[in-house]
Design a protein around this ligand. Structure first.
Ligand code: ADP
Length: 542
């Protein structure tokens, strides 16, 4: 017997229409170049988005043509987030921080037809634009940056005025592509992930659930996570769906600017990578951040000391989320479940340092590497984390490498190594390629780093494996000391000794100026491994 319910397609058009109808007065604030703020309402944003749909028609963009963006978090970018997919096109957010040859690859691979570029990013964009072979139009969005419009390029506001006939933004096929993002591709070319309307709507609903991030109408959201990376964690969709206010930081992502925005605009929910919050933490004192109810971090592990630092400063620990571009990207979120009672602050902090529980509709498992053996959820047995669900990728776009990342029965192989506790909390041990492989056993670089970063004089720390003749690899701690402080190797090792297993203790400690970061602000262990490839460990020389 079949169910007899309406088979309504799940599309971004529904989200857009609802926002237009229910939330015309909700606000979208954008911090522009120079710091001035532009304030718009949903009503204005919806009207402009409909006209932008008309602009795409006038430019002759194909029915499912790729509409690329090269921009900061702004209200205009949010217009593109809807005008492209709701007019049947596919939004392709170019990650402005990718290397030039990666940008060339992804723009050509996606066959972008038009690129919308923020004026302040023109110097960066013009370094690569000549290599884009399929782009027919470049539209410049004036964000107040100085400079002229390059010859032959179009002006966003002018197009909206002259060619922007408001259009119906109705998509009927929920399976059609809405947006695409490429992974940052630490090895090989970036890989394209294509989100459907359906996957996007379900992911948005997922992040609106009270037991995940709980995005709601009452929220004033500051997405620090860029709209050019991993879909801004779906905030652009969930926030509009819920009718939240938005505070968009534009190009100035400095910790000082972010704290000002949070305080002045009474932000309730802010989301960004841990590196951002590390910069913000020392600035919290004396600020009125009483409006904040969630500070969310993901993209890399949230050190316990960072989350506890926030708890002490503003009474709010950081809420951790885990995911990948391939998972839309949120797949697990940290919340203390009701069974977690009677624990000390320190034990609670340990739970918050996990990557949380799989979200509703996401299945997770750990599998013994290079086998199909599913491992128990016992909190200690580690293996590759695999996930599946309606907002998890099933393949990469036009890419022969797809089979390497998906199992025969449809699970995504994340390349992350994890344990799962019996109550479902996922603890990410490491990325497969960052594990230190010592004498046939694994050392979690993440766990050792977390302990290192709890040292009051340590600003940042990364642990990498370096070659060892007997053990294959041994850990090397790369430590950045806080300004004005001094620290010795012995002090570092003494601090770590009671905190990690004896054989996890780094064989050496080097002091560096800064931990190198990837395009999206994560620790770049690869850069460190290259830099210290020839490092000779003390016991090897003795
Ligand atoms: P890439 O960096 O490959 O482009 P993503 O930005 O999608 O890809 O990053 C996904 C990866 O980031 C995950 O596979 C995982 O290794 C890491 N990651 C994401 N969230 C967390 C988290 N909360 N804790 C630890 N690692 C995380």
């Amino acid at each position: 017997m079949k169910g007899l319910m309406q088979d309504t397609p799940l599309t971004l058009s529904m989200i857009f229409r609802r926002a237009e109808q229910l939330f015309p007065d909700k606000r979208i604030v954008t911090a522009e170049v120079g710091g001035a703020k532009t304030r718009t309402t949903y009503a204005q944003w919806c009207e402009r988005t409909r006209r932008l749909g008309g602009v795409l028609d006038a430019l002759g963009i194909s029915a499912d043509g790729r509409v690329a963006t090269f921009g900061w978090n702004t209200a205009r970018h949010l217009e593109l987030y809807y005008a492209a997919p709701c007019s049947g096109r596919v939004l392709h957010t170019l990650n402005i921080r990718l290397f030039p040859d990666q940008l060339t690859y992804i723009a050509n691979h996606a066959e972008d037809e038009v690129v919308f570029v923020d004026k302040s990013l023109l110097p960066l964009y013009q370094k690569v634009s000549g290599t884009f072979t399929t782009v027919r139009h470049t539209v410049v969005i004036d964000d107040g940056a100085p400079g002229e419009l390059p010859d032959g390029w179009l002006d966003y506001e002018r197009l909206l005025e002259e060619a922007g006939t408001p259009v119906d933004l109705e998509v009927v096929d929920e399976g059609s592509a809405a947006a695409m993002c490429y992974t940052s591709g630490t090895t090989g070319h970036p890989k394209g992930v294509v989100y459907s309307h359906r996957s996007t709507v379900l992911h948005a609903l997922g992040t609106m659930l009270a037991d995940s991030v709980g995005i709601s109408e009452a929220d004033v959201i500051l997405p620090v996570v860029p709209m050019f990376h991993a879909n801004a964690w779906g905030i652009g969709q969930a926030g509009v769906f819920a009718g939240s206010d938005f505070v968009l930081p534009g190009p100035n992502m400095t910790p000082a600017a972010l704290v000002d925005l949070m305080e002045q605009e009474r932000v309730t929910l802010a989301a960004g990578v841990p590196t951002i919050w590390m910069g913000v933490l020392p600035l919290l004192e004396g600020r009125d951040l009483s409006s904040l109810t969630r500070v969310v971090a993901g993209g890399s592990a949230v050190p316990k000391a960072l989350s506890e630092g926030f708890r002490r400063a503003i009474g709010l620990p950081i809420q951790q989320a885990w995911g990948m571009t391939e998972t839309s990207p949120v797949a697990s979120t940290g919340r203390l479940r009701s069974s977690v009672t009677g624990l000390s602050d320190d034990e609670l902090a340990d739970i918050r340092a996990t990557q949380g529980m799989p979200m509703a509709l996401v299945d997770a498992r750990v599998v013994e590497p290079d086998t199909t053996n599913v491992l128990p959820w016992d909190g200690t047995t580690s293996g590759e984390l695999q996930v599946r669900g309606p907002w998890i990728a099933s393949a990469y776009y036009d890419d022969p490498r797809s089979p390497e990342s998906f199992t025969a029965d449809g699970w995504l192989k994340t390349g992350d190594v994890a344990t799962i506790r019996p109550d479902g909390y996922i603890h990410l041990v490491d990325r497969t390629k960052d594990l230190v492989k010592s004498g046939g056993e694994w050392i979690s670089s993440v766990d050792v780093e977390n302990e290192l970063m709890a040292h009051p004089k340590v600003k940042e720390a990364a642990v990498i494996g370096v070659a060892h003749p007997k053990w294959v690899e041994r850990p090397l701690a790369c430590v950045v000391v806080r300004d004005g402080e001094t620290l010795t190797k012995d002090e570092v090792l003494e601090f770590l000794a009671p905190r990690v297993a004896r054989w996890w203790l780094p064989d050496d400690v080097v002091f560096i100026e800064e931990v190198p970061k990837t395009s999206v602000g994560k620790f770049s262990k690869k850069t460190l491994r290259d830099r210290f490839a020839g490092h000779v460990l003390p016991d090897v020389t003795s």
